[in-house]
Design a protein around this ligand. Structure first.
Ligand SMILES: [Cu+2]
Length: 689
């Protein structure tokens, strides 16, 4: 295996820059209307599914059946009358009987609106009762081609539109004219259908009977030629306990959810303090996604955040350093996102622009920003430090590094650069800064677009990367007197553009990426997830996801123990994957999870002891603190795991929070209880300050 010389390395860097060509497709962005969260995530193996209609149509005031139309129409005509109504039917057979439905939402993609100045149109969703319409023949006159919907004179000119055979609205939404998915809460409807399938006659989406004539809204139907625009029902449910099947397949390989639409390519993803997920890509506004409801809410940013660096501050805000001008030209901008207000704050910029920098929260709460290319596409050698108010330069620490360096705070307080190039390095951030040489990895090539995590204080796993990609992985323990890289087990698949995600147990999940040589080749896409055991150093191959996720793919641990896997595209002329998937690791199928009951503080201090209420304290073998993730380009710039000391006390556990700021730099962490079966509780997010 040839060793890279610096000149070759620079050539490789230039080549990879040349290959990073962002696409500028002129497509409307798809957004979803804001929606109030209503269902807490439940304990147990929570399942999420997207159910397509078995049939959909709209009723007009004539005898025409519209079941094969590409649209679903709502129309007011004449004044203050519903001329159209949408009828949809869903088969819930894929949800096991006895499941508990925690939320169900109807998603319809708005494609057209009347041209009046009136911005709103009120759309209601109703249960269909009494008559069971046949979608393929239902019209405004009849429900099945032979029998009247209703004989009464409910409607204009005595024209029935099923208006007498529907229940009260289960949800009412003012639908504005912004194209994209809109949603209605139909939880009660789906709960009713599940408990009594014989009464599932479908639902009716009604026009606004308060408007003047010719107001309308048009949505995509199941016959739309683009699958991602079609309507669906999103159902979150918990199967009955008796269904839990260890030692079944899922207890060994986990389970992937259906594929859900996303309004943007989620190539930067961050778990916020309130359990929601902030994401952005090249095109469209940043979005906040609520895992409890599946809702996306746009949060437009002050400047283009694509290709920035990002990490969390001690106060829980996300700091975003840099951004995108074009090509490899970076903005110097500093933006802060506050989850509490869902708003951005603009802060003083860095000295130079940065495109593809890495930011690292330091033990004292300051933030280091390293590498990237500036406004003129020139590599930025001088690191900068954010002190909470402004940036200062580490003028004696000049070093040109590859994009998105894999940097970590080490136990001695220095910053350890693990790669991508084979020699690792140390950065002393005191004073004006100083670099020193570190040990070289064993893998001779660069681990470009491989993924590295600090899975325990001072302990780093660096897996995959390179071109051609490698399946090897290496570990280093920075607590050793003379730290040295050594090989750990190799993955089943070589990968680059994959993501390593620390799980609550301390094991590391790897998702996505490609095995093929080249910058990002779909032909080599890896769908199987793999799990690395921190105790044995071996890998287990897990279930496979559906979508090709390579360059610009991301993965993020959620508080409920599932992993969000999304992104791919918005660059390198690759397909823009406007979708996400959710992975339930095997631990969610290995019996009951420890429950955290009662209050836990949202802000905690170093060395503090916290009493955690749980009825399952006796079964808990591990308590962990996992930093909330801030992920892009195959690297989480924030996540690390810190094991916590604990003892049994009456009614729960006494947990001691980290005393060391180098082991656990300030910021938001998830507290997990893990039992002897390796099953984690739902995480509680708290700010360590
Ligand atoms: Cu990129």
């Amino acid at each position: 295996m040839p060793t890279f010389k610096p000149s070759q390395a620079r050539l490789a860097l230039a080549l990879s820059i040349a290959l990073i060509v962002e696409s500028c497709l002129d497509q409307p962005s798809v957004t979803e209307a804001p929606h109030a969260p209503h269902a807490a995530v439940m304990a147990g193996p929570l399942q999420t599914t997207a159910i397509s209609p078995t049939g959909d149509t709209y009723l007009n005031i004539n005898a025409t059946n519209n079941a094969t139309a590409a649209t679903l129409n709502l129309y007011t005509w004449p004044d203050a009358r519903s001329a159209n109504a949408i009828v949809m039917k869903f088969d819930l057979a894929s949800i096991p009987a006895g499941s508990t439905v925690s939320s169900a939402t109807l998603h319809l993609n708005l494609t057209g609106s009347d041209a009046t100045a009136d911005p709103t149109y009120t759309v209601t969703v109703h249960r269909i009762m009494n008559k069971n319409p046949v979608v393929s023949s239902a019209t405004g006159y009849t429900y099945d081609g032979s029998n009247a919907w209703t004989p009464n004179s409910c409607c204009y000119n005595n024209i029935p539109l099923a208006q007498a055979d529907i229940g009260a609205p289960v949800d009412t939404k003012d639908v504005d004219k912004t194209p994209g998915f809109k949603e209605w809460d139909v939880t009660s409807l789906v709960q009713g259908w599940l408990s009594n399938p014989a009464a599932n006659f479908g639902l009716l989406v009604n026009s606004d009977p308060s408007k003047a004539r010719d107001r309308y809204r048009t949505f995509s139907s199941s016959d739309d030629s683009t699958p991602s625009r079609r309507p669906y029902l999103r159902v979150v449910y918990t199967p009955p306990d008796t269904v839990a099947p260890p030692p079944g397949l899922e207890a060994r390989v986990g389970r992937w959810s259906s594929v859900f639409p996303a309004p943007i390519v989620q190539l930067h993803v961050h778990l916020l303090r309130d359990g929601t997920v902030l994401s952005w890509g090249l095109q469209g506004d940043p979005q906040v996604w609520d895992p409890a409801t599946g809702t996306f809410t746009p949060v437009p940013s002050p400047s283009l955040l694509f290709c920035a660096g990002h990490t969390f501050l001690g106060d829980g805000r996300l700091l975003v350093a840099g951004g995108h001008i074009s090509g490899v030209r970076g903005l110097p901008n500093t933006n802060l996102f506050d989850a509490a207000t869902r708003s951005w704050q603009v802060a003083p910029p860095m000295a130079r622009g940065r495109w593809y920098p890495t930011t690292t929260t330091l033990p004292d709460g300051e933030v280091l920003s390293v590498a990237g290319t500036d406004e003129n596409s020139t590599a930025v050698p001088i690191p900068e430090i954010w002190d909470g108010t402004r940036w200062r330069q580490l003028t004696t620490a000049g070093m040109v590094l590859e994009y998105y360096p894999r940097n970590f705070v080490a136990p001695d307080g220095r910053v350890f650069y693990a790669g991508e190039e084979p020699p690792s390095r140390w950065l002393d951030v005191t004073g004006t800064g100083r670099w020193s040489d570190g040990p070289s990895r064993n893998e001779p090539g660069w681990r470009s677009y491989g993924s590295a995590v600090m899975y325990a204080p001072g302990k780093i796993l660096y897996a995959g990367g390179g071109d051609p990609p490698t399946n090897t992985a290496e570990v280093i323990d920075l607590n050793d007197a003379s730290p040295a890289w050594r090989y750990t087990g190799a993955m089943a698949y070589a990968r680059r553009h994959m993501n390593a995600t620390i799980l609550p147990t301390g094991d590391v999940l790897v998702t996505g990426g490609t095995s093929a040589p080249g910058f990002s080749e779909a032909a080599g896409a890896v769908h199987a997830a793999e799990l690395w055991s921190a105790t044995t150093g071996t890998w287990t191959t897990l279930a496979s996801n559906a979508v090709i996720r390579i360059y610009h793919s991301t993965s993020l641990l959620l508080p409920d123990g599932r992993v969000l896997h999304t992104g791919s595209g918005d660059g390198n002329n690759q397909p823009r994957e406007l979708s996400y998937e959710l992975y339930s690791p095997p631990y969610l199928f290995r019996g009951a999870r420890p429950s955290l009951t009662g209050f836990t503080p949202t802000v905690v201090g170093y060395g503090q002891t916290v009493r955690v209420e749980t009825p399952d304290g006796a079964s808990v073998t591990q308590v962990t603190f996992v930093h909330t993730g801030s992920v892009t380009h195959a690297f989480d710039q924030a996540a690390r795991l810190v094991p916590l000391a604990f003892s049994q006390v009456s009614g729960g556990l006494s947990v001691t929070l980290p005393a060391s700021r180098t082991a656990a730099p300030p910021g938001p962490y998830m507290l997990f209880l893990v039992n002897g079966n390796g099953v984690p509780s739902i995480g509680r997010i708290m700010l360590l300050q």
